[in-house]
Ligand binder design. Structure first.
Ligand SMILES: Cc1cc2nc3c(=O)[nH]c(=O)nc-3n(C[C@H](O)[C@H](O)[C@H](O)COP(=O)(O)OP(=O)(O)OC[C@H]3O[C@@H](n4cnc5c(N)ncnc54)[C@H](O)[C@@H]3O)c2cc1C
Length: 319
């Protein structure tokens, strides 16, 4: 018996959500009186995963893992889990995590619960809390299967870095390119931007900004704060911003520590993707805008005045 954690890295850089997953795996392993084994695939990050709680760190390498391929990664993770008695597999709910978790669950004949936001309750059975109905409700799911795959929403679990170093060992798997049905021919990657799903701070704007030419206010504030930028659906539909920034029910679901929304009404479909943010700050000229009901801080004011003032103040504080 062991808890296996997939430690995802991107070109030699571990994602922050991987450290959250490892801490989650360690805390779960402690509850289950077993060990936590972190598994990295391909070009892994330099950090020692023991720091975040791993009792053992295994790395799978090989040509087939140079670029991310869901089939190859899922096969490798499943083989390592099976070889190490891993009956619970923890995966962060990133794009990569979402694409491999169902494959891993099938290969291990495991129960899959996605969208987990808290530590499992193991007092009697095994119950996990997860978001449901686009985060409008929480569900408590009882898993009645020895084998489990859990995907953890990024920013849901606090990282603990009090662990001790472990040395990474190589793990061998039988995955070859012949067994992979798809080949990724090329990838176009956005560079220099903080990925929305991993951002701790997000500055978002809606139709209240009147046009794409005004987005420099959002970008300037985001750059000053080290934040990612997002937008409402109509904004991306009109081509003011790329669809990759669209958050909400039909867009990306995010859970940053701070979400600043300027000129967004706060329609239920928008809130579905951002309502779980830890702190929400809303800037809107209309004091009756629905978003204020979900806000922790509200500024009734013109975004064209408020955003530059916020930027000035942030720069003063930084200076
Ligand atoms: C099936 C379905 C799925 C949907 N999915 C999504 C989704 O995923 N994400 C999403 O965002 N929407 C989604 N929508 C659309 C959603 O219902 C709203 O229409 C949309 O969120 C509104 O976008 P908005 O707030 O930018 O624009 P508006 O509704 O036009 O609101 C603009 C706001 O800006 C304020 N404002 C105007 N000028 C200023 C100013 N100078 N300074 C400050 N504030 C100002 C106004 O008071 C207003 O509150 C969906 C709709 C449907 C039917």
């Amino acid at each position: 018996m062991a808890v296996i954690v997939f430690a995802e890295s991107d070109n030699g850089v571990y994602k922050k959500s991987s450290f959250e997953a490892v801490t989650y795996g360690k805390d779960l392993a402690t509850k289950l009186s077993t060990e936590c084994i972190a598994v990295s695939i391909g070009n892994k990050g330099p950090e020692n995963l023991g720091t975040y709680g791993a009792d053992k760190e295994l790395n799978v390498s090989g040509d087939v893992f140079t670029t991310f391929n869901p089939q190859a990664y899922a096969k490798a993770l499943s083989e390592v889990a099976q070889a190490n008695g891993g009956d619970t597999i923890v995966i962060s709910q990133t794009y990569t995590g979402k694409s491999i978790a169902p494959l891993v669950a099938v290969k291990n004949e495991a129960a899959l619960v996605t969208g987990v936001v808290d530590m499992a309750n193991t007092d009697s059975g095994f119950t996990v809390k997860k978001t449901s109905f686009s985060s409008k409700a929480m569900a408590h799911i009882s898993i009645n299967n020895d084998k489990k795959v859990l995907t953890i929403i990024p920013n849901s679990y606090k990282i603990n870095s009090d662990g001790s170093d472990v040395s990474a060992e190589a793990a061998s798997v039988s995955v070859t390119s012949d067994a992979i049905n798809t080949t990724i021919v090329s990838t176009n990657k956005e560079t220099g931007k903080i990925p929305l799903t991993e951002a701790e701070l997000v500055i978002s704007a809606g139709r209240g900004l009147k046009g794409p030419e005004n987005w420099h206010m959002v970008e300037d504030l985001a750059n000053a704060l080290g934040a990612a930028t997002a937008c409402s659906k109509p904004v991306s539909d009109m081509g003011w911003r790329p669809h990759s920034e669209h958050v909400g029910q039909t867009g990306i679901t995010i859970k940053p520590n701070l979400y600043i929304a300027a000129g967004i009404s706060g329609a239920i479909q928008h809130l579905a993707g951002v309502g779980s943010s830890k702190v929400i700050c809303v800037i809107n000229t209309d004091p009756e805008a629905p978003f204020f009901k979900a806000a922790d801080y509200g500024i009734v004011g013109d975004a064209f005045m408020v955003l530059p003032k916020l930027l000035k103040r942030v720069n003063e504080l930084k200076g």
